[in-house]
Design a protein around this ligand. Sequence first.
Ligand code: ATP
Length: 270
Amino acid sequence: MIPLHVKSVTMRFGGLKALSSFSLSLAPGELVGLIGPNGAGKTTAFNAITGVYRPSEGEVVVAGQVVNGLRPHQICARGIARTFQNIRLFRELSALDNVRIACHAGARTGFFDALLLTARHRAEEARILERAERYLEVMGLSHRRDEIARNLPYGEQRRLEIARALATGPKVLCLDEPAAGMNAAEKLELMALIRDLRDRFGLAILVIEHDMRLVMGVSERVLVLDHGVTIAEGKPEAIRKDPKVIEAYLGDAYLEEKHIERPAGPGAHP
Ligand SMILES: Nc1ncnc2c1ncn2[C@@H]1O[C@H](COP(=O)(O)OP(=O)(O)OP(=O)(O)O)[C@@H](O)[C@H]1O
């Protein structure tokens, strides 16, 4: 079963088409990079997939079921977890509790079990604690178990967000710039960890990342968005040489990174 199939999704905001006929199919265990200049529509694609936005057109199909119009937590319960460009943790809770709350999303006992502290409830809580500790360990955060989330260094907050996403038991993990704000060594380490997650849990992973070298190094397949349109899709080696991709990056990030003056002429973006 294909865990995620996005079929020709268009997202309009008033007169702006932030995403045009976006299609993507993710197989179990696939690691796909989503790249494109600022404002290309990458986060909009994530928001359309995870139910933050309802697609203007097209279908998002999760494990064979159309999920258009479902709430984000309902889509999460069907196996799509995500992290955010701007970290969204429960800042005042401990690292453990951030992950434990996510584990509760799949809890098998209800309100009355909790109220009556049934044996079933206690067993479920023990199971959840064990799982939460395991995800902290997977993300190298066991030593931070009882620290308040906002006190963690930035890179560890990002990893905690991934631990929390994992705790919902996803089939697909959508990571929105997971390495943003990290130094080069931390970025490399995180990318190795992301690959490891894919291998260990058989997850399909979709990752937005601005650092081209990084995303090319980790992904088997790369999709390139520009002005809401998918301008290229393929293996990193081919994408790197694709003139449309080079041109899109000439639009902003690439030029800035390379300290090149913008060329004048019909090909240049306004
Ligand atoms: N809720 C919204 N209302 C109006 N316009 C929006 C909304 N969300 C996104 N947009 C617009 O859609 C376009 C795509 O934005 P998006 O955030 O998806 O780009 P991005 O590729 O993720 O960019 P970045 O790399 O800077 O995060 C932008 O022009 C943005 O202003």
